[in-house]
Design a protein around this ligand. Sequence first.
Ligand code: NAD
Length: 504
Amino acid sequence: MGNHFQVQDRFAAGAHYLNGRLRPGRSGRSHAVVDPATGKRVLEYELAGTEDVDAAVAAAARAFPGWAGATPGERSDAMHRFAAVLAGQADDFVYAESLQCGKPVKLSAEFDVPGSFDNVSFFAGAARHLEGRSAGEYSGDHTSYVRREPIGVVGSVAPWNYPLQMAAWKVLPAIAAGNTIVLKPSELTPLTSLMFAQAAQEAGIPDGVVNIVTGAGADAGEHLVGHPDVAMTSFTGSTAVGRRVAETAGRTLKRVHLELGGKAPFLVFDDADLEAAVHGAVAGALINTGQDCTAATRAYVQRPLYDAFVAGIADLMATVRLGDPFDPATDLGPLISHRQRDRVAGFVERARSHATVVTGGEAPGGALSDGAYYRPTLVTGAAQDSEIVQSEIFGPVLVVLPFDRDDEGLALANDTPYGLAASAWSRDVYRTGRATRELRAGCVWVNDHIPILSEMPHGGYKSSGSGKDMSAYSFEEYTQIKHVMSDNTAVARKDWHRTVFGAR
Ligand code: NAD
């Protein structure tokens, strides 16, 4: 792979991007981006504080009238140029994403980076497709029509699991619709968000349209979400922080878009293709080391297939290669941090009292012992109401449980507070048709689990949030609708004035 730039040199000017250039933070607190595969620091920087957030919001507010006033065609052209600039930097993005997250390069190169770049092309096209219902003379005396307008400054907050994709999902619909944005990435993983903003500027997107503040959640994040000059908040992260964000944003009554946690069920009926289901479950559980909000976390398997499914998962998990993220042969990288690894291990250790850890359940030693690695883990025999079945673990852990009747499987699949994604596995279209209707989730796959598309919406039901990322649905959420009603009669004394003046 191409250019391994020096991260500390590239971001020597700071880990914030404001008004078209990198700047240092002013919180007085330093932080480090750490390579989770080795535990080594790759960038030391000063976190953004509240005054940096204020400066970024002010820059975005200044840029708003010009960008909102550009024609859709001008915004679209700029975003097509943005896509072209990014295409020339793909290797750098793969490198930085794998370095800061510990992602295997094949995942960054085949999923994160091309998926994010494809989003840029999609929203460049979408920028020219603001659509509404037709105008008309609904009262007889007026012409009514609808304008879709940008909202203003968007303040977005993103997590660390797919930093580039999350930056893309937040920035692109916002700017395609004519808004300007301040994005706060996770302080663990700011590199590719900063590079994304730099590429936007290289493409000619005006200064101040895309700004990045890399601060901690409790001060910079909270300040951004509560900022009176921020008109909309778009948040992706855990359900617990999402609740807090909704409360903070509620104080200024801004529009709120929440993409929260998940605990996706993987429902296998007894006529499913067993080989496909086993491969789908292992891939769906382990992608991004299980740090995926839509990961397959709970497989419910109808009794006739249960034993063979469990054996197949254990065998396949044993073939997964943990290793250096930059080795193209590596299947599974580390978790984002040692802290996250310990959190995941805690769930598995607590489950041992009542469930069976069939495989995994430990960190590897040897050459990988400095990294935040954890072996692929299969748990069976857990109670439906236990923590390991109900809570989001965010690690390479799959729980498998049996069921007998179709009704029962569907009820178990729906029985958590989450509703982000689900999958149903069967060769019978009536069974899968019923599952797609009855599974309470924002995305239901049939005989697959994980793929996403720029054209299709991503977003949750229940405690997994509200609002959609990607797709035309997301684009529309970054606009507000204005009804314009224009008198066609030129009559001074309108009929309806009688309700105020009587016959006078
Ligand atoms: P997190 O909720 O801990 O943090 C997310 C972001 O919020 C970070 O940038 C953090 O600094 C910030 N934050 C923390 N406290 C804040 C506050 N009080 N006000 C404003 N911002 C604050 O989540 P995480 O650990 O970074 O990411 C993992 C979570 O993200 C998982 O729950 C996962 O399911 C979820 N996620 C959801 C989706 C989705 O599309 N639904 C996608 C990716 C990740």
